[in-house]
Design a protein around this ligand. Structure first.
Ligand SMILES: [Zn+2]
Ligand SMILES: [Zn+2]
Length: 420
């Protein structure tokens, strides 16, 4: 097999449409209409549909290129290689787009008629509007109804989305010749590729009204802005990333049958006190040294709904709380969405030591010394050096001191380590 380039160069666009090389634009248009009619997939028997579709696409592409002066010249000089030869034929626009381009959508009703320029095909629904919605942990805990006013585009009630006065007829957009889009050739590396770009002159409609024929209400824009009160409900227990959908509240776009949805993606804001993991919560439990040793019975924190969480420690006399210990409070985590159940609350103990200089009274210090356990057994060595030290060192410095470069060398020399 030869490469793609050879294949595409052989494609004879004039032959596909059955016209002479010097054919006029009118002849090309006529030939395409004829080919389109003969091969319309809806008008041929089921068995021939596939081959008809291929022929139809080929004719469409031939027409696209030959009807455009700039592209026709490119084709005449470089062949199909000028049009993204790597993909060859069958890379044309969507079949439905072509049909609509010629007013042939909906069973070809408009085809062969007065030839009113139809717009390019629009999707059935207008696109969804997606946006982030930031929620506090409090609101996710309690659930919340949010009301807000939104400005949305709605189809103009006066012109029903045509953009023109009642009896006015639009004329073909001169910029895109009624296509609603323009093919732009773009250089990508050594290749020229085609891109579809919505026509800016007609906004993709393919037709425009004379200034005096424009609808007065929407000034030809086909839509008007409408303020609307919207309401979303954030269910209690909702999670980061969950979607809240307002069906059909997206902008209305002419040519679509129904509007899309507004979709909010919940984003949980960080909380000062609580961390969340699924339906569980965790928080720091700050206690004093005396409380760690002797216990306490007090409100240790304010929960997300404003309730105080009261804790009594120890449960049994003599139990001491140490830094890093974890107390689990069942049922005080986040609520589950569809039940009364809740996750758990994990409290991580942090002991606050007294301020420096707290033991200013030597007698009290002596008393405390007697009460607290003594020092650990001595470490017996032959030599002991009393050393100097820095009181406020940072563990971040660890490994970054003088001679720290060896760390990098080690990373590069792992093979050496491995053979040891
Ligand atoms: Zn209007
Ligand atoms: Zn246009």
């Amino acid at each position: 097999m030869n490469g793609n380039t050879d294949n595409t160069e052989q494609i004879d666009l004039y032959g596909i449409l059955g016209v002479e090389k010097g054919a006029s634009k009118a002849e090309i248009k006529k030939a395409f209409h004829k080919a389109a009619l003969a091969n319309h997939p809806d008008k041929v028997p089921e068995a021939e549909r596939e081959s008809a579709e291929i022929k139809f696409k080929a004719a469409s592409q031939a027409y696209e290129i030959l009807y455009d002066d700039e592209k026709r010249q490119l084709y005449d000089t470089h062949g199909m290689a000028a049009f993204d030869g790597s993909r060859g034929m069958g890379n044309g626009p969507d079949l439905d787009d072509i049909l609509n381009m010629f007013g042939m959508g909906g069973g070809m009703a408009g085809f062969g008629g007065p030839g009113g320029p139809g717009g390019p095909r629009r999707p059935r629904r207008s696109p969804n509007e997606e946006q982030k919605y930031e929620v506090s942990l409090e609101d996710l805990y309690k659930g919340k109804t949010v009301k807000f006013s939104s400005t949305k585009n709605v189809i103009c009630s006066k012109c029903k989305g045509t953009g023109g006065k009642e009896d006015a007829k639009p004329k073909e957009c001169a910029t895109c010749k009624g296509q609603g889009f323009r093919q732009v050739l773009r250089q990508v590396g050594p290749m020229l590729t085609q891109e579809m770009q919505e026509c800016s002159a007609c906004g993709g409609a393919g037709s425009v009204y004379n200034p005096k024929d424009k609808c007065k209400k929407c000034k030809g824009k086909k839509t008007t802005e409408e303020k609307k009160q919207l309401e979303i409900y954030i269910p209690r227990g909702a999670r980061e990333g969950e979607k809240i959908v307002l069906e059909g509240e997206a902008d209305q776009i002419p040519g679509t049958s129904e509007p899309g949805d507004i979709i909010f993606h919940l984003a949980e804001l960080p909380h000062e006190v609580f961390q969340r993991a699924g339906q569980d919560l965790s928080a720091k439990l700050d206690i004093t040294l005396a409380e760690a040793l002797l216990g306490f019975n007090r409100v240790v924190l304010e929960h997300l709904d404003g309730r105080g969480i009261q804790l009594k420690h120890p449960k049994e006399p003599g139990k001491i709380l140490r830094p890093g210990e974890v107390l689990k409070v069942k049922g005080e985590g986040m609520p589950h969405k569809k039940s009364d159940a809740k996750g758990d609350l994990f409290l991580i103990v942090d002991v606050e030591f007294p301020e420096d200089g707290f033991f200013s009274d030597p007698q009290a210090a002596e008393q405390l010394q007697k009460l607290l356990p003594g020092p650990p057994p001595p470490i017996m060595t032959e030599v002991a050096d009393e050393v100097q030290y820095d009181e406020d060192a940072d563990i971040e410095e660890f490994g970054h001191g003088e001679g720290g470069e060896w760390v990098d060398e080690d990373e590069g020399g792992q093979a050496q380590c491995a053979t040891q």
